[in-house]
Design a protein around this ligand. Structure first.
Ligand code: BEZ
Ligand code: FE
Length: 296
């Protein structure tokens, strides 16, 4: 029997009546409703529909094991950050100010440049040896939300170089650089040296870059140090430390900035750094305490 335009979404939804997976059914029902409403809302033309199909096809063709254009699309449309924020709201539900708890550290996007297997280094190590850039001493403590130190917490850190490029972007044989894994000491403290990360453009030589350009958007992220904290009895946390005076701090192309993650990278004249290292050039310090949610 003939279906009218306004009845098509409901007809598609009705065809899923025998679906045995409730969550899949829920997600697909909502997706179909919103997709049909969107097409109605903009009165999509056949040419525009085909342009959309071609865009998604090109995004798929751009993907390989090192490049994920669909995640980049999700990132630049704010969807990745929305998913992170929804998940974070669950962590925030564990926040009990009345019991003297602190707010847990906020999460942000993982991004495409995490590389499993970074070298495990001793606390205090410099992971930027041989790399140009402004030396920075990163230090702080990892605790739970009531201030109990988390010993032996695994801390992965990674960033781009002084020009904003990650090792993964430097060709198939490029060695790992500016990334390492640490474990906090018995009192939950961490410390290491790296560079002060600079702003950089997300990969923008594909369909997503073209989309940003046509939409009049810049492709840049403010300078940030990626961190991933994992401890067996706490919820793991993927986040960044953002350089407070970096360009683009107010217009991150992937909408990942949280005010609580913006850190003053204090500048110091040559001299003795907090860990006793004698610096013959200007350096920075970045102090940040992470707060993890205990597992239920
Ligand atoms: C990053 O910070 O490494 C990143 C995040 C999202 C898209 C591209 C890069
Ligand atoms: Fe990054």
């Amino acid at each position: 029997m003939q279906l009218e335009a306004q009845d098509l979404a409901q007809a598609v939804i009705a065809r899923m009546a025998d679906c045995k997976e409730p969550r899949l059914k829920e997600v697909m029902t909502s997706l179909i409703k919103h997709a049909h409403a969107f097409v109605q809302d903009v009165q999509l033309t056949p040419d525009e529909w085909m342009a959309g199909i071609q865009f998604l096809t090109a995004a798929g063709q751009m993907c390989d094991e090192k490049r994920q254009e669909f995640i980049l699309l999700s990132d630049t449309l704010g969807i990745s950050m929305l998913v992170v924020a929804i998940e974070q709201a669950k962590a925030a539900a564990a926040f009990k100010p009345e019991a003297g708890a602190d707010r847990p550290t906020e999460a942000t996007v993982l991004g495409p440049f995490f590389w499993e297997g970074a070298p495990e280094l001793a606390l205090g190590s410099d992971l930027s040896i041989g790399q140009p850039g402004e030396p920075t001493y990163y230090h702080g403590r990892v605790t739970d939300t009531v201030g109990k130190p988390i010993a032996n917490c695994q801390l992965d850190v990674w960033s781009g170089d002084a020009e904003g490029f990650y090792d993964l972007q430097k060709g198939p044989d490029a060695p790992m650089a500016l990334r390492a894994r640490f474990h906090t000491d018995a009192d939950g403290y961490y410390r290491f040296w790296s560079i002060r990360p600079t702003f950089y453009p997300v990969p923008n030589d594909g369909p997503v870059g073209n989309m940003l350009h046509r939409l009049g958007r810049h492709p840049n992220r403010p300078g940030h140090m990626h961190t991933w904290l994992q401890s067996p009895n706490h919820e793991s946390l993927i986040t960044h430390l953002f350089v407070s005076d970096s360009p683009y701090i107010d217009s991150d192309v992937v909408f990942g900035v949280r005010n609580s993650l913006v850190v003053d990278f204090a500048k110091h004249a040559p001299g003795v750094a907090p860990d006793g290292r004698v610096m013959d050039k200007t350096y920075h310090t970045c102090h940040y305490d992470f707060k993890l949610v205990p597992k239920a």
